[in-house]
Design a protein around this ligand. Sequence first.
Ligand SMILES: *Cc1c(COP(=O)(O)O)cnc(C)c1O
Length: 401
Amino acid sequence: MKIPFSPPYINKAVIKEVNDALESGWITTGPKVRKLEELVCKYTYSPNTLCVNSATSGLILALKWYGISKGDEVIIPAYTYAATALAVIHVGATPVMVDIENDFNISVKQIEKAITTKTKAIIPVDIAGWPCNYSDINKIVNSKKKIFQSSNNNQEKLGRILILADSAHSIGAKYKNHFLGTIADITVFSFHAVKNVTTAEGGAVCLNLPKPFNNQEEYDYLRCYSLNGQTKDAFTKSKAGGWKYDIIYPGLKINMPDILAAIGVAQIPEYFEKTLKKRLNIYAYYHNFFSEKPWAILPPCIDDDRVSSCHLYALRIKNISETTRNIIIDKISQQGVATNVHFQPLPLLSLFKEMGYEINSYPNAYNNYKGEISLPIYPQLTKEQLEHIVLTVEKAVETSL
Ligand SMILES: *Cc1c(COP(=O)(O)O)cnc(C)c1O
C-alpha cells in the first residue's frame, strides 16, 4: 500500500472552476481572486482579506505595511518553517528567535523576555493548526506599550507591537470560539499545495486591525501595493477606455492569478462544511490508537479555548534520539507510508547557523523535534489506509526502542 504524505484535494468542483477561469478569457488577478477573498471573509468572519501569491509574500507585505526595516526586531519562534524568519530578513529587520512550549507553539514567557524598545512585531505560528495563546500574547503586548517606540504613522496609530499571525497551517482553527483571521491584528494563511486549503501556490492576508484603522482602506492600499503600486489592476485596464493608470507606491508584484484562485474558490466551502471535519475524525482515530501506547506523546487538538485545524498529526516518541527517530521513519517508509518531520528548528539550518543562532539556546525546540514524526492526515485517507499507517508506525517504533 502506497500512502503519500499530503496530496492536494482535487475533485470535479475544482476542475470545473479552473476550466471556468481558463474559458473566461481572463486568467490573472480578476473575478476569481475577488470571489476567493469574499469566501475567506465569509467563512472566517475576517473583516477584509487580500489574496497574494504566497504566505511568505503576505508576511513580507504585512511587515512592510507596518514600516518594519533595518534596526527593528521581530520576535518569532525557533520552531517553524523558514519563511517566518525569511520574511523578517527580507524587510531588513532582525528575527529574534525564542523557544517554544511543549505544544510546539511559541512560548509566551520567552516572548516577554525578548521584547526590547526595538521590537516592532511578534509573529506567532499556529504549528500544526493549533492556535497560539493569543490572549496572553495580547496582554504582554499591552503591558509593553510604554516602551514601544513608533517611527511612522501606522506604528503611531496602533501604539504597540503588531501581532502578525503566521497561520499558514490554521485556516479553520478556532480560538475562543472565533475562527483565526479575527484574532490577531493581521493573519496570514498559506494556500501552498500541501496546506489544508490550496491554490497550488498562494496566501491570504486577513486584516483585523483595531480602531482607528479602517480595514477597508488598508485593504485598498495593500491591494494596490501588491500589484506594483499601480492604481488600476490589469483586469480594470483591459476594459475599453481603461488604459490610463498611475504608479503611486514602490510596490511589490505578488498578486494571485485567477487560474489559481479558482482552485481555492472550489475548495473553501467544501473545506469548512466537510473536509475539515474529516481531518478532525482522522485526528480522533490516531488519538484513540496512540493513547494506548506508553511510548507516544500525542499532539494537542482541542481544549477549552481552542480547536485545531489538524493540518499535521505531529506524533512524538518519548525519550528517543534523533538517530532512532530517523531509523523509525525509514522503517515506516519501507512499508509505503510517507511521513515527515515538522520542523527542523531554524538554528539547525545552515543560513541561521551562519547568522549566529545556536540550537543550544532552544532546548524545547530541539526536544520536540528529535522525537517528532508527522503522519499523513487528509480527507482522502480511507479506513484501510489509516489502519495500515497505525500498525506500520507501531511496528516500526516497537522494533526500534
Ligand atoms: C508553508 C508555510 C509558510 C509559507 O507558506 P507559502 O505559502 O509557501 O509561502 C509559512 N509558514 C509556515 C509555518 C508554513 O508551514
